[in-house]
Design a protein around this ligand. Structure first.
Ligand code: KIV
Ligand code: ZN
Length: 526
């Protein structure tokens, strides 16, 4: 196995590699993901970013679904300049016409007609015969073609359809004017060998058509199945950003594109994807939907370029290719993140400190690394604030021992806080306008630093549901000093209190001008 990414300018052998059309369905199938529905302006903003990313087709929505959806598809169609814009429709006449109207303003419109072909769907969902399905497909595709030069037909649940009947339907769609034939694995059931074999058979049976793969990730095989289809002759792949989509999602654009790039000696295809736009697109989608990829998600998860083990950190610092098969920059991530946890080593601590403008002697570095590990045993991750505290103070300034708060809609919020302040046990109580106010006032009294001002506070949930961790990031002003603090807990008040104490420690040690900024912390977190 060669390492082609080491030689970025080397071309694969033989003729120019074939172009693979990237059909992005984030705004349609992706939007069908729970919690990912998008308004018109959000779709338009994301479509702009998808163009920047370099996709060939943007499926903007399913116009018949609602008047708002039809308007959103029309708005995307009017905005997009280079990519084709597709609108989904069933085989009904009004459906096809509604999609055609929504796409009227597109530079390159594509009508995407679909009908299920598996007996399961025909009998139980559509309640029609195979003959009726065949008739509907030919009629709807013909009608679509009379309204639009670019027509795609999808045989829903193709991977569980009778292959002879599927071939007959696809042949009919091709003859009626569909240039692109999509063969979805609608329920994510296929195995790569099976899905590849299906494409090989269909490609041979219907020469001249462009075959498209559309995979769902119910068994975690969406990308593998898409690659198998490409190897067997598919020349379009349907994907979504961050892999969002119905149930377990669709083929993730970023994974497919980077698999093709990193392993281009094995799969020599070109796409129009500008890979440095992958992370910005992923973030743009998450900012719109509020749904972030899981931390270990390939390419775009926040741990995709994070190294925790000291041996890995040392390796990556010595030569990135030891533990990275692509550079973070190639997907638009500024740099690898060396996580300071209990497995980290002094190399990573030194690099992070250097980033904060601090250079320590070897002995000091050894001591700080030991304390980083100690701290990581207690709080899992060590952030820049913690590191600055460790360097600036011989011991943590203030540590939460316990707190108690009484709150409700008919009581005056009251809090008691007990701290370890430089080894001294201190406690204080306070009333507040709410539980957080009471707790922070009590902390100020215990610290002997009243008058501090909470300037900003952001919370975000790490994980799902009411049991998720709450991560709090805040900024505190203390006279001329400003500092940030960060902490996480399943108890939001406790997370805020710990973050407040961390910011207090930083404020004590660092003047505002050189203090770490919220942006810097967010960068570490994102
Ligand atoms: O998964 C599927 O079958 C689909 C079709 C409508 C293309 O999304
Ligand atoms: Zn789908």
């Amino acid at each position: 196995m060669s390492l082609w990414y080491q030689e970025r300018d080397v071309k694969p052998p033989g003729d120019a590699p074939p172009h693979l059309t990237i059909f992005d369905t984030t705004l349609r199938d992706g939007e069908q993901s729970p919690g990912c529905s998008m308004h018109r302006q959000e779709k338009v903003a994301l479509a702009r970013q998808l163009e920047r990313l370099g996709v060939d087709v943007i499926e903007a929505g399913f116009p018949i679904a609602s008047p708002g959806e039809a308007e959103a598809v029309a708005a995307v169609a009017a905005e997009v300049r280079y990519a084709a814009v597709a609108g989904l429709c069933r085989t009904r006449e009004d459906d096809v016409e509604c999609a055609a109207r929504a796409l009227a303003g597109a530079v390159r419109p594509r009508l995407h007609v679909f009908l299920a072909t598996s007996d399961l769907h025909l009998e139980h969902k559509l309640k029609i015969t195979r003959a009726e399905a065949l008739r509907q497909v030919a009629a709807a595709v013909g009608h679509a073609r009379s309204l639009c030069a670019d027509v795609e037909f999808s045989a829903e649940d193709a991977s569980r359809s009778d292959v002879a009947f599927l071939t007959e339907v696809l042949q009919a769609a091709f003859e009626a004017g569909a240039g692109v034939l999509n063969v979805p694995d609608t329920v994510g059931y296929a195995l790569p060998t099976e899905y590849g074999a299906l494409f090989a058979r269909l490609v041979a049976a219907i020469p001249g058509a462009v075959f498209s793969a559309h995979c769902h990730n119910d068994l975690g095989l969406a990308v593998a199945n898409s690659l198998a289809a490409v190897a067997a002759g598919a020349r379009q792949v349907e994907v979504t950003i961050n892999g969002i989509g119905e149930r377990a999602g669709n083929t993730a654009l970023e994974e497919l594109a980077m698999a093709l790039y990193v392993r281009r000696e094995a799969m020599p295809f070109v796409t129009g994807i500008r890979s440095e736009q992958i992370a910005p697109t992923s973030r743009a989608l998450s900012a719109i939907t509020g749904v972030w990829p899981q931390p270990n998600k390939a390419i775009v998860g926040r741990n995709a370029f994070a190294h925790e083990a000291g041996i890995h950190q040392h390796g990556v610092l010595a030569h990135p290719l030891t533990y990275e098969i692509m550079t973070p920059a190639s997907v638009g991530v500024p740099e690898s993140l060396l996580v300071l946890g209990k497995h980290c080593g002094r190399h990573a601590v030194a690099v992070r400190l250097r980033g904060l403008g601090i250079v320590l002697s070897p002995a000091e570095l050894e001591a700080v690394t030991a304390r980083v590990k100690e701290l990581a045993d207690r709080q899992k991750f060590v952030y820049d604030e913690d590191l600055l505290n460790l360097v600036a103070s011989p011991a943590p300034v203030a540590r939460l021992l316990r707190y108690h708060v009484v709150s409700g809609n008919h009581v005056l919020p009251t809090a008691t806080v007990e701290l370890d302040v430089l080894g001294e046990r201190r406690s204080a109580s306070a009333l507040g306008k709410g539980p957080l106010d009471a707790v922070l006032k009590a902390a100020d009294t215990a610290l002997g630093r009243p008058g501090r001002e909470l300037v900003e506070l952001h919370t975000r949930s790490i994980g799902h549901g009411t049991e998720a961790l709450a991560e709090v990031l805040l900024r505190v002003r203390d006279g001329d000093n400003e500092s940030t603090g960060q902490a996480a807990s399943t108890d939001t008040i406790e997370a805020a209190l710990r973050a407040y104490l961390a910011a207090g420690a930083a404020a004590h040690a660092i003047p505002a001008a050189t203090g770490p900024s919220v942006a810097c912390v967010q960068e570490v977190l994102s």
